[in-house]
Design a protein around this ligand. Sequence first.
Ligand code: ATP
Length: 324
Amino acid sequence: MTITVSHLVKSFSPGARVVDDVSFAIQPGEMFFLLGPSGCGKTTVLRMLAGFIRPDGGDILFDQRRLNDVPPQHRNTAMVFQNYAVWPHLSVYDNIAYGPRTRKLNADSVHRRVTEALRIVRLENLGPRKPAELSGGQQQRVALARALAVEPDLILLDEPLSNLDARLRLELRGELQRIHRETKTTCLYVTHDQEEALSLADRIAVMNRGKIEQIGPPAEIYERPANEFTARFMGEINIIEPDSSLARQLNVPPGKKVAFRPEAAELAGDGIDIVVQRTVYLGSKVELLVKTSSNQELKLWSREMPAPGEPVRFHVPRARLIFL
Ligand code: ATP
């Protein structure tokens, strides 16, 4: 099923659009991300897709069917939240069976769906347990199994990994990828975590102040950001003012603004003169804070660890310059 959001608008107070003319289409089986800073309106878009909030303008289409006025329970969607939202008084099995039961499936079908969902999230043996007897990661797997068991047209995931510690977050991220590959369920995933989006998404829509800045596959968003907001939001970046002496040294055409990421710089004997100000050892790399002869500060990543005060040279391969 193709999910189309077209010119969606929402305000909670007059004149302040929280969602301001947002359009995108999620392809069948796609893992689509809405990525943006806190307060940019991404959860509001997700809640409009779920049916909890009514749009002021625009359309929500599941294939050709317009869903703007269809209540949540009549949309075939499922949600996975940050705080698990599994029912504490129900067993894992009954938590997962709840959706299929409310859809009036017979007992055999319910059992088949629950068993299959438990298999997919690898909790086969934990059906009888209560959520309190599970770890946070396991509870989130239950939430996921509960979503899968209703065989939804669309799963809406709202910061589903945010409550987990760093190790579990990584583990479950891998699991989400595996499960999505196996089930090919269409997903809309909302987060402010760039790494999560880059590692899991088929495509990312970057959102800022109620608007979409750019839509594209992860590598395109990271390596070819369309504007300064996306460039900065997706990771560390050095932005070079047009016509500055550094711009000239990088052979940037007049009037053009370019940027480059710290990993794009290479220390080289015949490059641009810089002086190392500070180094930070980060294990897999060394972060160099440097100054050019025109006093522009830059951040570069290197494997070498020159001493502070040491003059070195760097260059950036042409292909790795980002034109903004
Ligand atoms: P976060 O990552 O912090 O959840 P977000 O990008 O998901 O942020 P939203 O939750 O969509 O952002 O909120 C966008 C803006 O709309 C915020 O300024 C928020 O305070 C406001 N807002 C959200 N829901 C309501 C509501 N029901 N009533 C009034 N204002 C709201």
